[in-house]
Design a protein around this ligand. Sequence first.
Ligand code: 5GP
Ligand code: ZN
Length: 113
Amino acid sequence: MPDCLFCKIVRKEIPANEVLRDEYVVAFRDLNPQAPTHVLVVPTLHADHLSDFAAKADGAHITRFLQAAAELGARFGPNGYRVVMNEGPEAGQTVHHLHAHVLAGRRMSWPPG
Ligand code: 5GP
Ligand code: ZN
C-alpha cells in the first residue's frame, strides 16, 4: 500500500509523534486530538479496517495490537480510557488503514456521537 498515509508513517516516510513502536505496531499522537491524550495504534501490517485485519492477520499481530492499546491506555489513562475503531462511512472512518484511537485524560460521555 505505497500511497497509504499510515503505511508511510510505519515506514518513517512521514514524521509522527511516536509513543510506541515494535515489529507489530506503531502508536503516535493524533494530529487533531479529541482528548488531552489521543493516540492512534496502527498495525504494521496494512489492513483497511478491523474486518480486513481480523480476516488476514495472524494471532501474533492481533494479540499485540490489543496489548498495545491496553498498554497505552494504562500509561496515559490511569483513571480510565476509551478505545475506538471506526469502520466505514457511517462510523466516520477517514484513514483506511486500521487504527485504534486511545483517548484519555478527560471524562467521556456515552453514547458517542
Ligand atoms: P478515523 O476518522 O479514520 O477513525 O481516524 C483518523 C485519524 O487520523 C483522525 O483522528 C485524524 O486526526 C488522524 N490523522 C489524519 N492524518 C494524520 C496524520 O498525518 N498524522 C497524524 N498523527 N494523525 C492523522
Ligand atoms: Zn496502510
